[in-house]
Design a binder for this molecule. Structure first.
Ligand code: NAP
Length: 595
């Protein structure tokens, strides 16, 4: 049960309740959202009782062997804290993040009166931007805290969000009037990285100490300071000294930047859990990743390649495709695995995305156009190198777009395939603009595109949609299947295993870690260790384009803005929702976004 809560806290979108305090109000949240209330790092309205954090198991795990061998650092000097701090919240449902998010300045009480048992105070350096998740919360979409309070999803006319004087702050309950209930305040910011500046009672030095660099997942990272449960923070490993670099490593870095740490903390861990714990990818399998140049997609691509899989990366635009090719060739210079990149905005793919994916699968399997051996449930990829069996289709799909893109994938599945529905970005209500631009520009795939868009907009909504599931080359079982609509599939964590050919669709990509807390701990440790060794390279939007061989002038001239200060959060969210970002979009909260 505890682990389930911890997983819920990690699920970006699903932990979108944004609870601002462990109050009675929150206790009526549905079970799937309750984790945020119970354990995510949160801004507190009053001194908390015993820590009830729900962070992942690894949060309380012992230090890695890397940190164990290092001599203990000298105790840091006392921290000088400001009298006030600023944070970003929503107070009324609003149609967009920009119209609902408000910066508030509040008193910051001294830590000894602020921190409860098991809590720490973190100065946030960098916050990760989850445009989809954050906007769900501001809009009061079903399941989010505003919706639980009885507010409907915001329409354009309900944009009267205005900041009211705050009673919720790091200023303790003594400053809050107790005669009337607090207005609901939804803190924003699903993930952050920062430095511990104070520890509360009951926090063991082996757990966390002042000066530790941590990541935290929760709902309040768009703030200069956050009160978090110590068990909800993950100490970022400092060095890869004890981990020898692997042959695929191009470089190893002595420590991670806060932006890199934040990218790994939720986007990376989601990919690691989905691929390794839920889908249980095997060497030689073919893994297709959609939104492959995005915040979580680029990490899924790297993890799959490192696991010895053939990767087919699907992304929109030549700029993203070029960066993906470069990344894959860093990991596999001779392309032994037969990796391929599909630009769905290219002329061919915009006519027929399913066909373009089939083509990529065929060409990267040496053009054989089908499985000539290996059968038996779709095992074995189509790569050219040793260890890659001949095969045609997709074994595992990490899919965050939905709609037409998802349907094109469903036409290319090997028997036994696992489809991981990490989200459905293309149909989120707040990405309509990008969707219509894409469709208007001929970016869809005909019939499939229409089906995806129509599914999201049909009224009244049918309970299911019919999809066609097949393999790419007529070799595998095929047929129609009824699927829950995307929101139902995702928010209600459906697992659909009734598809022809023993194929499965997971609406909950975290489910594979639900049974064993050690799984999450191990995956997180492995992920950060791989990044420290330089095997996994988190991309930060606006940084690093054109690095390495193959970068051209266009790549080097990144026009991506960088975002600093809480006032820039709306720009950062819109950057992600625009579809033009590459890698993880981050907001630098502290000066320069330094630790
Ligand atoms: N379940 C979880 O725990 C979890 C955690 C993190 C993220 N997610 C989900 O993973 C997916 C990716 O999230 P992310 O935060 O990493 O974002 P992202 O991939 O960095 O950015 C979104 C990308 O989605 C693609 N896209 C397709 N249709 C779009 C549309 N209509 N509007 C905007 N973008 C569209 C665009 O790339 P292309 O044009 O190249 O396709 C865009 O760059 C989302 O569905 C998100 O909700 C889930």
């Amino acid at each position: 049960m505890l682990l389930r809560r911890r997983l819920e806290a990690l699920r970006c979108s699903r932990s979108a309740d944004g609870a601002s305090s462990p109050s009675k109000r929150c206790s009526s949240l549905p079970r799937k959202f309750s984790a945020r209330r119970e354990g995510a790092p949160q801004l507190q309205t009053r001194r908390a009782e015993a820590s009830n954090t729900s962070a992942a198991a690894s949060d309380s795990s012992p230090p890695t062997s890397t940190s164990a061998v290092a001599p203990p650092p000298p105790p840091p000097p006392p921290q000088h804290l400001p009298a006030t701090y600023r944070r970003l919240v929503a107070r009324v449902p609003s149609p967009s993040f920009r119209s609902g998010a408000r910066v508030e300045e509040l008193p910051l009480l001294p830590p000894d009166s602020l921190l409860g048992e098991g809590q720490v105070l973190v100065r946030v350096a960098v916050a990760g931007v989850n445009g989809g998740c954050e906007t769900f919360r501001v809009r009061a979409e079903p399941g989010t805290p505003f919706a639980k309070e009885g507010s409907s999803p915001a329409s354009p006319s309900s944009s009267s969000a205005s900041p009211s004087s705050s009673s919720a702050s790091l200023s303790s309950s003594s400053s809050s009037p107790s005669s009337s209930p607090d207005p609901l305040v939804v803190p924003l910011g699903a993930e952050g990285a920062g430095t511990v500046v104070a520890v509360g009672p009951g926090v063991r030095p082996s757990q966390l100490a002042v000066g530790d660099r941590v990541t935290m997942n929760g709902g309040a990272a768009f703030a200069e300071f956050v009160v978090a449960g110590a068990r909800g923070c993950f100490r970022v490993p400092e060095s890869s000294a004890s981990s020898p670099p692997s042959s695929s490593s191009s470089s190893s870095s002595p420590s991670l930047s806060p932006a890199a740490a934040v990218a790994l903390s939720l986007s990376g861990l989601t990919a690691a859990v989905a691929l390794h714990a839920t889908a249980k990818v095997r060497r030689g399998e073919t893994v297709l990743v959609t939104a492959a140049a995005g915040g979580t997609g680029h990490l899924a691509v790297q993890l799959a390649a490192l696991a010895g899989c053939r990767v087919v990366a699907v992304a929109g635009g030549e700029r993203k495709a070029r960066r993906l090719r470069r990344e894959l060739s860093r990991l596999d210079p001779a392309n032994e695995a037969g990796h391929a990149v599909v630009d769905y905005k290219s002329e061919e793919a915009s006519r027929d995305l399913s066909g373009a994916i089939s083509g990529a699968l065929a060409s990267s399997s040496g053009g054989q156009g089908g499985r000539s051996e290996g059968g038996g449930g779709g095992r074995g990829g189509g790569g050219k190198g040793e260890g890659f069996a001949v095969g045609g289709g997709i074994d595992v799909c990490y899919e965050g777009v939905g709609g037409a893109v998802r349907n094109a994938v469903l036409h290319n599945l090997n028997a036994g395939a696992r489809v991981l529905c990490v989200g459905y970005m293309g149909s989120y209500p707040h990405t309509e603009n990008y969707r219509s631009r894409r469709e208007g520009g001929g970016g869809g795939s005909g019939e499939e595109e229409g089906a995806g868009a129509a599914a999201a907009e049909a009224a009244p909504a049918p309970a299911t949609e019919t999809v066609f599931v097949s393999g790419p080359f007529d070799a595998e079982p095929r047929g129609r299947a009824a699927l829950p609509l995307e929101p139902d599939l995702f928010w209600n964590r459906r697992v659909v295993s009734s598809l022809p050919g023993d194929r499965t669709i997971f609406g909950d990509v975290w489910s594979g870690a639900a049974g064993d807390p050690r799984v999450l701990a191990r995956l997180r440790r492995d992920l950060f260790a791989a990044a420290l060794r330089g095997e996994i390279v988190p991309w930060i939007d606006g940084e690093g384009e054109g690095e390495g061989e193959g970068g051209n002038e266009d790549d080097r001239r990144s026009d991506a803005p960088s975002f600093s200060g809480l006032e820039a959060a709306s720009d950062a969210v819109e950057r992600l929702l625009s579809g033009s970002s590459m890698g993880k979009v981050v907001l630098r909260v502290s000066e320069g976004g330094a630790w």
